[in-house]
Structure formats: C-alpha cells, structure tokens
Write a new protein. Sequence first.
Lengths: 177, 417
Amino acid sequence: MRKTPEPTEVQIMSISGKVWKYGDDVNTDVIFPGKYTYTVSDLAEMGEHALEDLDPEFRFQVQPGDVIVAGKNFGCGSSREQAVKCLVAKQVGAVIARSFARIYYRNCINNALPAIASPEAVDAIEAGDEVEVDLEAGEIRTAKGTFAFPPLPEAVMGIFEAGGLIPYTRKRLGIAD
Amino acid sequence: MGQTFAEKILAQKAGLAEVVPGQIVEVTPDAALSHDNTAPISGIFRKIGVERVARPDVHVVVLDHACPAPTTKHAQNHKVIREFVADQGIESFFDVGRGVCHQVLAEEGFALPGRLVLGSDSHTPTAGAFGAFAAGIGRSEMAAIMATARIWLRVPESLKIVVHGRLPEGVTSKDLALHAIGDQGADGGLYQSVEWHGEGVEALDMEARMVIPNLMAEMGAKNGYIPPDEVTLNWLEGRARAPFEPVYPDPDAAYARVIEYDAGAIEPVVAKPHTVDNVAPLREVAGTHIDEAFLGTCTNGRLSDLAMAAAVLEGRRVAPGVRLIVIPASSEVYLAALDAGYLRTFVEAGAVIESPGCGPCMGNHLGVPAEGEVAVSTANRNFRGRMGTKESEVYLASPLVVAASAIAGELIHPQDL
C-alpha cells in the first residue's frame, strides 16, 4: 500500500506526469461527493473517491506526479477541503486551470497543492500529454510550449513552503516537530 | 479615491489606513462559524499541537448538516463536537434541532453590520445581508483560527449591482439572484465582493435580502453585501450580541464593474440541472414532471418562505406520487410557522415536515430522490449527484414555484395553477 505523503514531508519542487483534462466549472460535489463528507476521514480513503462523479477511471489510473488540467472556475461549490485532500492523497502533482474558485484555491495553498491559473497552458495542453511543472522557475513545460506563471504572493508563500497551513502554523507557534 | 465596502472593512480589521485589491492582510474574525465539520476541524487543531482554543468567545458552532444523526458515524461525529466545545469553553454552541448554521448565526445576533464573519461553509456569505464581511474558508483555516485567532485574507475586487424598480407580484429575491447568476455565470463574481444596491434591494424585507448574498457563493463571489438600513436595524433590534458600527462604501469607490438590473423585468426562473447558472425562465420548463419538492435550506427556509408556500398549499393536496419535504431553517422559524398554522396546512396537504437542518440538500438524509427522479428545490445547488445520486435531476426555484409544483406534479407557477 503506497504511503500517502503527510504535509510536513519535503515538497517536490519539480513535478512531472500525465495530463488529466477536464472542462469548465468542475465543482467539488463531483471532485468529492457530499455524501462522504462525514463518513470518510482517512486521507487514503479520500483518495479512493477522488473525481468519482466526474471521471470514474481517475482514481484507479492516476499516477503520482500526474497533473489535472481544467477550464474556468475549478473547484466551485462546497468549501469541503476533502476536494483538495483527495488529490493530495493520490499524489497529484499540480492542478492547472483557467481560473479557480476561491475557497478551493485557498484550500490548495493550505495543503501545498500547486494550483496554477494559466489560460494559455490550458489552451495548449491536451489529455494524455506529458507535462512538467517547475515551481521554482515558475514554468509549465510541455511538448507544445513553455508557459510562465507568477509566484505565489509572498505573504502566503511561507504557508506553501512549509508544506501547508498546519505545519506553517506549528512553525509560527514555535512548536517543534 | 474612495473605498469599496470590502476595502474599508478589511483595512479596519487589519489595522491599516487603507488596502488595495490583491493585497494580503491578516485578521482576527469577530465570529468564526463551523458546523458538523467542527469534529474534523478539532482533529486538525489538535495536530497543530496547541492545547487551548485561542479565542473560544469568537467561535460559533451549529450542528445542522446531518441532524439528527442519520448513522452511528454521524452521531459519533456530534459526540466529539459536544465534548470539544465543552472542554474548550466554546459557549456559542447550538445543538441538533436549533437550525441551519447561517440562519442561527443571524437569529442569535452574530451577523452584524461592520463585523468580520468567517465560516467553514461556502454559504457563510449569507451574513453579508446584514452588512457584515462574511466569507467562507476551509477546515484547515478554521483550525488555524482556533489555534491563533488569526487568518490571511486577500482583499477582493468589488462588483456593484444596482437594482432599479420593484419585483413584480409572484417574483421573489430567489428569482432575482438566480437571474443575476444566469446572466453573469457561475464565475461572474469570481473572488469578488459583490455589493447589491438600489431601490429594488431596499424594498426587500430582511428574510428576502438574506437570499441574495447566500446565492452569491454560486456566482463565485468571496462575499456579498447589502448596505444596512432601517430594515436591517429593525430586524436586529433585541438580537444583536454586541455593539456594531455599519460600514458603507464611499460614493466614489472604484468597482471592477457596475451592473444594473430592472427588478420590474425579472420573471420567475429556475436553475436547470446540473449547474446553478443554467438559468431559464420557468415558462420554458413549465410542465416538466417532478417527483420531489423540497422547501427549506439556508436559502429559502425562513418564515416568509413557508408563508408563501402555505398560501399556495392552503386547501390543496400534494400530487399523488410526489413528496413535498418541508424543513424550517430554524427552531424559531418552526415555532412561528406552527403558531401561524402553516405546519397544519403543510401536513393536511400531504407534505412531510422535518426538524431544522440542511436535510436532503447535499444528499445526507430526510428525503433524497431516487435514481431517475426529478426534484425541485429551494436550495442553492443542483450539481450532478448533489442530492445523493448522479442519476437524478435537481431544479432550483422559489418557494412559490416549489409549492405549486408539488401540487401539480410538474413545474408550474402558482399563478397558473
């Protein structure tokens, strides 16, 4: 059984994998159905329901480092954080979308899941493409071109670099690991 | 340069002279709302390694999402929450049956003008109807607030919507809000503070106003806002938990966009399956067969919603084969509806009345549709699978349309019954 990464583990600064491509307005009810909200609490189990109502194959076929590419307003709907955690459980490398719903975007930062808004990259990339994301250089590299993206605002960079809001908060409070 | 509501209030809360859109500020909320998710949140809080909640007086915990508990797992969840709030001295705890968190927050006087309300629920913007800055956050963030009483917020751009005129008879604030979402799209207000101004808004009573910011979550907004006025102050009389100071945008504030609507031109609408912005005039879908009708939720479960529906159902029967589920949004609404005779009207019509909470809205319990069934609901979301199965369809509509459709067994307006 593959061990799912805890937020405190070293961040992978270079991500590479296969593209899973979806459309606009992918909502959190299809990413992680509401009926599991209070019945599934284990991270690995969350992964087992990832994108269940959008693409039933995803949770069985996705490989660590794979990248989700989507249209506008990715993650709209409910604020449930499981919609991000289930992707972390499956070791999804990054989500690239035309735009993100705001609570979903916050949840991504707080779980150190790279969420990159890049309409140009989304236009160019197709399902099944191999893609590389370099967080340090701020680049998405594909056979179809390289796309630059701006770094996270400095004020929230610390959260991301710490591996998420919880490890960041521990650090700020001076709580040793 | 003048400031928008969001810029002004976030500057105040961050202790800054002024802020600009895009700026990240750190704030302490005046109220931090959570519900059944308080159990997992407390688990995340514990992982931080802090013993005591920093500001137990700030937290408001309301059990509503699966209440009363439909399974042992849910009951265990509630047990954990009761123990946690008692242990941590979180006094503003509202147990099973008190009602839906956003309604309870308002009734108990936590949703106040000029206050910063953050909640681990996407419909937290509802409190913006009272002139609060009210936004949804994630579970980890609520846990961080428990540990530190601080959280980061990005100052949003602001969108101004001005509503002229008045809504026609039979057209509600639900129709107005859905119209805007259909017009602007599910991301039409993405990451923005959406301010609603104009006589068309001022003419609405407090319950009708709450519908609008509630639905702004479905337009991608960070928060919604209605300027407090006499209507707001009258409603808050005797309820407000703390003194408050309303915050208003400056007349020369800079908005990303200004949109104008003529209330008189709004007609009854529905949100067709499977997105909230798939809005169409009711007349285009009239006659669509329905199996279930649901009246309730943080969107339309208030006394005036039940009153509207009761007026339609008086002396009539729910169509054979159709379930009408009625869930008052709070115990206060429940009692008022009881005193007004609405509950009797509902039961005599053949409806099912349930205890205050979210009910079947997200597919948990209390009347979910079967595969292949069609539901019409006063809720705020109709995504595929929302009410428990991907093989059902959900139409969103006003209480008037839900009540009339329950009688006819098909989508219809009371005026056409």
